[in-house]
Design a protein. Sequence first.
Length: 117
Amino acid sequence: QLQASGGGLVQPGGSLRLSCVAPESIFSISAVGWYRQAPGNKRTMVAGITIEGQVDYADYVKGRFTISRDAQKSTIYLQMNSLNPEDTAVYYCAAVNTADLQIHEYWGQGTLVTVSS
């Protein structure tokens, strides 16, 4: 139900912006975030943002990545700067809420980011 896009091949030091569109009914009540999974590794959180706009980042992306959300477009963004080869991974967007007192998670299909010269 979430559609991620924006991945691709970029040189070290370059930038990319990922986008993720969610249904408005989910976006408006969910905290959203980006995760990544490199080959052979577990999926880990990269950045998250609450409905109120509070943000959180993994230590290894602080100062380089910026997460944002656009309520009018029901879209989540991840601006990635100063990319390095260790950032190569499949990036997933996710939304989570506690509607009906139950935890609901929604995931996008993933978009591949490759950082290489």
